[in-house]
Write a protein that binds this ligand. Structure first.
Ligand SMILES: [Zn+2]
Length: 315
């Protein structure tokens, strides 16, 4: 993707499923009927077919073998973006002589919220660096723990709901209150839904997802009009659009649809993370060797688990 807005080089696209990011197909269009949807499956994203496609897959649309992970797209992408922008807007309401002091007060509020709701607190403090508030750039979250995003988004929704009657109609704060509530509701329902989601529930979840994305797009537009560097639109939002749009398309065709969280790697990342930490603790090796040992340990543990479940037969 060209880095400068004035670049003469066309963007080659940001998505393996459609032509979003190409000229006249803006990936920043988060609306439900964005033009990107008409370019799905139009062009294969690779020049050389990946070797892994020797595994069974949908021959009519091999790109879907590389499934989108909603958890990754939100909790380590779009959600961090939302929280960092929300914290920047919260500073409009919090007393304090400096941003550091304001962040300390917000952190206390977050901790109290977590305590009241039995959520684990993963952050030791709030800093400008955590939300990238100290640069002449858009705020963005810099943490790598998905669970921190979960508790922060819930707290953001609570914070803006509790101050809702003080916001001016149509203000960034009011729209953010609605956006945070929508995405919170969307993911709560998605996690509570079964593997095969009934059609009615799928529509509710996907529409909440789109409500969030469309509000985020409005927030980006309004911030620009108000000359505030907030709510940067990024490719992770586009990937979430694919998740929600696919839910709508599938629900139009079937009475039950596969819960997109089935394609998430949340559990695998935890599992590999634990093995990786163990490798680093018991051996003093190079990072490439540590990766190899991590993968070997993971495969050995997976084989034992699959053999016990009779999914593979010991030779
Ligand atoms: Zn796409």
């Amino acid at each position: 993707m060209p880095k400068q807005a004035s670049s003469k080089k066309d963007c080659t696209g940001i998505c393996h499923l459609c032509l979003a990011g190409r000229p006249r197909i803006p990936f920043e269009d988060y609306s439900k009927n964005g033009v990107w949807q008409f370019s799905v499956q139009e062009e294969e994203p690779w020049q050389l077919r990946p070797e892994i496609l020797r595994c069974p897959h949908d021959e009519s649309f091999p790109e879907t073998f590389f499934a989108i992970d909603p958890w990754h797209s939100f909790h380590l992408g779009e959600g961090r973006n939302l929280v960092a922008n929300a914290v920047q807007l919260m500073l409009d309401f919090v007393d304090g002589d400096s941003v550091d002091q304001q962040l300390n007060l917000l952190y206390l509020d977050y901790k109290q919220y977590c305590k009241r709701n039995s959520n684990q607190v993963y952050a030791l403090r709030f800093t400008k660096e955590l939300f990238s508030l100290n640069k002449n750039d858009y705020p963005t979250g810099s943490w790598t723990k998905g669970n921190l995003t979960t508790s922060l988004v819930k707290w953001v929704a609570y914070f803006f709901r509790s101050k809702r009657n003080t916001f001016a109609e149509g203000s960034l704060h009011m729209k953010l209150a609605d956006a945070a509530a929508a995405i919170n509701d969307c993911f709560s329902k998605l996690y509570l839904a079964p593997l095969w989601v009934p059609r009615g529930e799928a529509y509710v979840i996907a529409n909440l997802g789109f409500k969030y994305l469309e509000l985020f797009m409005e927030l980006a537009k309004q911030s620009r009009e108000e000359n505030r560097m907030l709510f940067l639109l990024n490719p992770k939002g586009h990937m979430l659009m694919h998740v929600f749009k696919t839910m709508l398309w599938e629900a139009d065709l079937a009475s039950e649809i596969l819960n997109p969280l089935a394609m998430g790697v949340q559990l695998e990342e935890d599992l590999v993370g634990k093995t990786c930490r163990l490798v680093r603790h018991v051996t003093n090796v190079s990072s490439s060797f540590a990766m190899k040992r991590t993968f070997q340990r993971y495969r050995a543990a997976a084989f034992v688990a699959w053999a016990e479940s009779k999914m593979v037969i010991r030779a």
